[in-house]
Write a protein that binds this ligand. Structure first.
Ligand code: FAD
Ligand code: NAD
Length: 477
């Protein structure tokens, strides 16, 4: 093993937390390398981590294709468009998805090149004294020195001991993105973000989908008014969501996979052809830390960091899914960018109170800030304004009147505390609310902001007006 180079910064992991960190550090004039070991099913190695290869991007590609099919099937007639002989082809959908993923991951390699980041494919291991052991894909080892090391090793799916993955009939989210045919009966364990998004994809294409959720409460992390509305629509779409269902085992037989679970009425079974286990993800630090680095993990395996993503070891930082906070690509990206700036001696911070969440179902769900229950717990007096998409001219024209926008604000100084949207393009609409929270805006700020007509964004405007019972397009009840 020989030392061939030293860097200002070595980033381990080129997912949405690691690669932006490497690029920002390089933009700041630092000499940067980014090491990544991601391996695809076909044996190829690409940058981009979970998000680009097996998460955000491929799931959105399939959500888009399946939604288009569903709309052609179920909604075009309302527009007076007659579609005869409508069919879909999973192989073409999968090819389109693969093309989008390839363009995205190759894009990272291109960005590294233009920013001057050395992208290295292989395994990185932190050693004491800010040294990094790099094992290339061909097994050769080198040792690098770095002034700063950033750990961005991401997360992996959690396993359910009673329903172990077999890579064929019991799969994780990546496996469920790769099905080459629509399963007749699909079991989804976990009604979280992945369960609902991937359950929707395969339901829209005709699978019978049963979703088993351990909690009694649906979408416990979302505003419960939104959760209630969402459950109503998902059930109407045919997602068979069973709450309070504690899965205890799976038996594979000739008829498929028989899942056993317990709910309030006792032991139940359901037989399906494929099972997706989507019960959350855990931080991944396998082979990342050598002896005596000083980096500390918490009891759940997350790398411990302070609010600026510094670990317990000097000049070692950690960002993204491997540290506390929501496991979201944009949260990791902002942490990566912050660290890329802090290392260069610039000021930076992440506003953890203004991280948006989006669930890309139909209707889409998006929120930022506190839910109504969370506001209640603070004891602060608050007001709520809401606006149904049914009253939006644009939503009606789009044949997408489901859902509403909801703004929660403090009674004393009118500060916006949370915005929750369920409805068309909610994930796009939430950006305005994120900006509002970033600027500590009031509902009056939103009320006085001119929104183009007819747009979906008027729903957020009207919800802000409704908080003071000054809405124009809905009765002020
Ligand atoms: P990762 O993306 O996991 O990247 C870590 C990288 O580090 C990987 O390439 C890994 O191989 C590499 N690595 C690990 N250890 C080493 C090592 N020792 N040496 C070298 N390389 C190493 N989030 C959203 O915000 N929006 C979405 O729509 C969304 N959709 C998702 C859909 C699915 C199906 C899934 C599974 C996740 C989704 N997420 C979404 C979550 C998102 O993918 C993660 O939050 C994000 O990828 C985390 O980024 P990261 O850089 O921290 O880690
Ligand atoms: P999640 O935490 O969103 O949901 C997991 C669900 O599984 C929860 O509702 C939980 O109560 C349930 N559960 C846990 N154990 C169970 C059991 N034994 N039986 C039945 N249900 C059980 O996790 P996920 O859906 O796996 O997603 C993982 C991460 O990826 C999340 O943190 C999410 O933020 C991220 N992600 C984000 C997006 C997005 O931003 N649109 C999309 C996909 C994934």
């Amino acid at each position: 093993m020989s030392e061939v180079a030293s860097y200002d910064v070595i980033v381990i992991g080129a997912g949405p937390a690691g690669y932006p960190c490497a690029i920002r550090a390089a933009q700041n004039g630092l000499k940067v390398a980014c090491i990544d070991e991601w391996k695809n099913y076909d044996g190829s190695h690409t940058f981009g981590g979970t998000c680009l290869n097996a998460g955000c991007i491929p799931s959105k590609a399939l959500l888009e294709s399946s939604e288009l099919y569903h709309r052609a099937h179920a909604e075009f007639a309302a527009h007076g468009i007659k579609v005869g002989g409508l069919e879909f082809d999973v192989a073409t959908m999968q090819k389109r998805k693969a093309k989008i993923v390839k363009a995205s991951t190759q894009g990272i390699a291109g960005l590294f090149k233009s920013a001057g980041v050395t992208g290295l494919q292989g395994h990185g291991k932190l050693l004491p004294g800010n040294r990094v052991e790099f094992t290339a894909l061909d097994g050769t080892k080198q040792e690098f020195a770095a002034r700063h090391v950033v750990l961005a090793s991401g997360s992996v799916p959690m396993e359910l001991k009673s329903v172990p993955f077999d890579g064929k009939n019991v799969v994780d989210s990546w496996g469920a993105l790769e099905f080459d045919a629509v399963p007749k009966r699909l079991g989804v364990i976990g009604a979280g973000v992945i369960g609902l998004e991937l359950g929707s994809v395969w339901r829209r294409l005709g699978a019978e989908v049963v979703v088993l959720e351990a909690m009694e409460q649906f979408l416990w992390m979302a505003d419960q008014q939104v959760a209630k509305e969402a459950l109503k629509h998902f059930k109407k779409q045919g997602l068979d969501v069973r709450l309070g269902a504690k899965v205890s085992g799976a038996k594979q037989g000739k008829d498929g996979v028989k899942l056993e679970y317990a709910d309030a009425s006792g032991t139940q079974t359901v037989t399906v052809d494929k099972v997706v286990v989507a019960i959350g993800r855990r931080p991944f630090t396998g082979g990342l830390l050598g002896e005596g680095t000083g980096v500390e993990l918490d009891e759940r395996g997350f790398i411990q960091v302070d609010h600026e993503c510094r670990t317990a070891a000097p000049n070692v930082w950690a960002v993204g899914d491997v540290v506390r906070g929501p496991m979201l690509a944009h949260k990791g990206k902002e942490e990566g960018v912050m660290v890329g700036d802090l290392i260069a001696g610039l000021r930076s911070e992440v506003n953890y109170r203004a991280i948006p969440s989006v669930i890309y179902t139909a209707p889409e769900i998006a929120w930022v800030g506190l839910t109504e229950d969370e506001v209640k717990k603070t004891g602060r007096e608050y007001k709520v304004g809401s606006f149904p998409f049914m009253a939006s001219g644009r939503a009606r024209a789009m044949e997408a009147p489901a859902g509403f926008a909801k703004v929660i604000a403090a009674k004393d100084d009118d500060e916006i505390l949370g915005v929750h949207i369920i409805g068309p393009m909610a994930g796009e609409l939430i950006a305005e609310a994120v900006l509002a929270l970033e600027y500590s805006a009031s509902t009056e700020d939103l009320q006085r902001t001119i929104h183009a007509h007819p747009t979906l964004s008027e729903a957020v405007h009207e919800a802000a007006l409704h908080a003071d019972r000054r809405a124009i397009d809905v009765p002020n009840r």
